[in-house]
Write a protein of this length. Sequence first.
Length: 117
Amino acid sequence: VQLQACGGGLVKAGDSLTLSCSEASGRTYDNYYMGWFRQAPGKEREFVAARWSSGNTYYGDSVKGRVTISRDTAKGTVSLQMNDLTPEDTGVYYCAAGPTYGRVEYWGRGTLVTVSS
């Protein structure tokens, strides 16, 4: 398993950013959710968004209404479009996959998002 996230960077408050994650081994996680977590400096890792291959989608309260998760099940990829970013969105964003909501079985390397005020 090699989940690889990319797309992070330095942006300004109010900007948009899209993160992408792909599985290098070719696995498509058909019966798993694929999603995103983030960890801000000095804080615990928190749930951002998840999407099942069925299309069911869940968002964390702190990002609801500002982010959209999409997934290409055939390719084993998942993306996170984030809008109206604020400095509070700064952190390392991790791609993840799991069999049930609340359980992470695979973690990818993180990608750093920094939002300046």
